[in-house]
Design a binder for this molecule. Structure first.
Ligand code: ZN
Length: 472
C-alpha cells in the first residue's frame, strides 16, 4: 500500500532517503534499457503479428496502453540503440539517464544529419554523463547546427516566416499567444521578460523584509511566481507605452558568445577574409555560437545581429575563456565580471537553473583562503541564494582536467548525479598557485581575443561600407 510505503520511508534518516532515490534511479535506467531491448526483439521477430497488430506500435499500445508520444519515443530509442550500441551500454551501466537518451534519439532521428551522430558519439556520451541536462542539450543542438547548417538555417527562416502573435480578451481575462521568430528574437524577448520578472521578485522580497525581517521564508512573499510573471508582462506593456517613440535604445540584453574558429569560418564563407589554408576541424566541445542563456544561434545570424548592433558580441578562445585579470582585485568587476558570467549559462550549484544573468560571480577557490586569482578560469557562478549556502555548507568547487566544475561537500564527497563517474583532476590540484598561475596560457588567450575583436571590427567596418555602397 502506498500509505504504508510512505510511513516506512518516514522512518528513514535523510541520507537513506537520498540513497533510496539514487538506487531507484539506477534501477529505472536498467529497466529502460531492458525494455528497449524487449521492444527491439519483439519488432525484429514480428511478435506483434500474433495478436493481429499491424506493427510494433499497436503491440506497444495494446500491451502497455502507452500514449502516442511514448510509442514514438520508444521507436526512436530502439533505432538509436541499433545504430549506436554504446548509448545502450551507458544507460544499462547507469552512467546516463532517460532524458539524455531521449535527446540523443531525437537528434539521431533528424533526417538531414542524424546518421552522422555516430561520428561524435564518444564526445556526446561523455558530455551526457558529466554536464547538466540543459548544458548537454545545448551541446547536442550545437552539433545539429554544425552538421546541418543549411537545414537549421532553413528551419530558423521558416519559424521566422511563420511568426505570429495574438492578444485577446476571453471571458474578461487576457489571452496572449505568440510563437515563431528567430533564435535571437527568442533570446532577446526572454532576456527582457526575465529582467522584469526579476524586478517583480525583488519588489516582493523588499515588501516581505519590511514586514517580517530579512530571514523570513519564501512562502511569505506576497505573490506567487506565476502572479509575478503576469505582472511583469503587464509592466512591459505599460513601460513600452510610457516611453517616447524616439527614446534611446536600451542596453542590450543578449550576449552572443562565438569562438574565433567559428567566426573565421563564417567570415571566410562570405568572402570577407581568405579561407585559412588549414581550415581547422570544428571541435564540438569548444565551438560556441550561442547566446549566454544557451540558445544556439546559426552563425549567419551573428553577422546580421552584429550589424544591427542591439546584441553584444563576445569572442572566446578555444577554452571558452573570455579574458584574464590576474591577481589584483578582490571582486569580479566590470569586464571581468561580464566575462565570467558569459562562461556559464546558469548558477553553478548542482541542480540550480537560475540564469547566469542574475548570479553573483564567486571564486572557485576562496581568494583570501587559497590565494586564488581573480581569474576567469577560476570563476564560479552562484545565484543569490546559493552563494551564502555555499559558504555555510563549506562547499568547494574544483575544475577537472576536462574543464568540468565539480562541487565537493565539506566531508570531501562530490555532489555528482547517480551513475556519473568522478572526472580526473590535475595531480597537484592542492597546489593552487600552479593551477591558477598559468600566465602563459592566459596571455595567449588574451592575445587571441584581441586578435578576434580586431578582426571582427575590421570586417564589420567593411560590411558597413558595402551596405552603404549598396544603399547609395
Ligand atoms: Zn542557484
Amino acid at each position: 500500500m502506498y500509505t504504508e510505503l510512505v510511513e516506512e520511508l518516514m522512518g528513514l534518516d535523510n541520507d537513506s532517503i537520498t540513497e533510496r532515490f539514487r538506487e531507484l534511479e539506477l534501477k529505472r535506467r536498467r529497466i529502460e534499457a531492458e525494455m528497449t531491448a524487449v521492444v527491439a526483439v519483439a519488432d525484429a521477430r514480428g511478435v506483434y503479428g500474433d495478436d493481429g497488430h499491424r506493427s510494433i506500435k499497436g503491440w506497444m499500445r495494446a500491451n502497455a496502453n502507452w500514449s502516442g508520444c511514448d510509442v514514438s519515443t520508444m521507436r526512436r530509442v530502439v533505432a538509436l540503440f541499433e545504430a549506436c550500441p554504446a548509448v545502450a551500454e551507458a544507460l544499462l551501466a547507469g552512467h546516463i539517464g532517460r532524458a539524455q537518451v531521449v535527446e540523443l534519439a531525437r537528434a539521431r532521428s533528424n533526417p538531414r544529419c542524424g546518421a552522422r551522430l555516430v561520428d561524435v558519439l564518444d564526445l556526446l556520451l561523455e558530455n551526457a554523463e558529466h554536464l547538466s541536462f540543459e548544458d548537454f542539450r545545448t551541446v547536442v543542438r550545437r552539433w545539429e547546427h554544425l552538421a546541418d547548417e543549411d537545414g537549421t538555417l532553413d528551419d530558423a527562416e521558416t519559424n521566422h516566416a511563420n511568426r505570429t502573435a495574438g492578444l485577446h480578451e476571453v471571458n474578461g481575462c487576457v489571452d496572449l499567444r505568440a510563437s515563431g521568430g528567430r533564435p535571437l528574437d527568442a533570446a532577446e524577448m526572454l532576456g527582457i521578460f526575465e529582467r522584469f520578472v526579476e524586478e517583480e521578485f525583488r519588489a516582493d522580497v523588499a515588501a516581505r523584509t519590511e514586514l517580517y525581517g530579512p530571514d523570513a521564508p519564501v512562502s511569505l512573499l506576497p505573490r506567487t511566481d506565476a502572479q509575478r510573471r503576469f505582472d511583469a508582462l503587464l509592466r512591459i506593456f505599460r513601460t513600452a507605452s510610457s516611453m517616447p517613440a524616439d527614446a534611446r535604445a536600451p542596453e542590450p540584453v543578449v550576449n552572443i558568445v562565438c569562438d574565433i574558429k567559428t567566426l573565421e569560418t563564417l567570415l571566410a564563407r562570405h568572402g570577407l577574409i581568405p579561407f585559412p589554408d588549414d581550415l581547422p576541424l570544428v571541435d564540438l566541445a569548444r565551438a560556441r555560437c550561442e547566446t549566454d542563456s544557451g540558445i544556439v544561434v546559426p552563425p549567419e545570424h551573428v553577422l546580421r545581429a552584429a550589424l544591427q548592433g542591439h546584441v553584444r558580441r563576445v569572442i572566446v578562445d578555444g577554452n571558452g575563456v573570455v579574458l584574464d585579470m590576474g591577481r589584483k582585485r578582490r571582486l569580479f568587476k566590470g569586464a571581468a565580471r561580464v566575462a565570467a558570467k558569459l562562461m556559464a549559462c546558469h548558477c553553478g550549484h548542482p541542480g540550480c537553473t537560475i540564469g547566469a544573468h542574475y548570479a553573483e560571480v564567486d571564486h572557485l577557490d576562496e581568494w583570501h583562503r587559497d590565494g586564488g586569482a581573480t581569474d576567469i578560469a577560476n570563476a564560479g557562478i552562484r545565484c543569490r541564494s546559493h552563494n551564502p549556502i555555499k559558504h555555510r555548507l563549506g562547499l568547494v568547487d574544483r575544475r577537472s582536467k576536462s574543464g568540468q566544475v565539480v562541487t565537493f561537500r565539506r566531508d570531501g564527497t562530490p555532489m555528482l548525479p547517480v551513475g556519473c563517474r568522478l572526472p580526473e583532476f590535475e595531480p597537484d590540484d592542492e597546489n593552487l598557485d600552479e593551477v591558477t598561475g598559468s600566465d602563459h596560457e592566459a596571455n595567449d588567450a588574451t592575445a587571441l581575443i584581441e586578435e578576434g575583436c580586431l578582426l571582427l571590427k575590421q570586417v564589420l567596418h567593411e560590411l558597413e561600407e558595402q551596405l552603404e555602397a549598396m544603399a547609395a
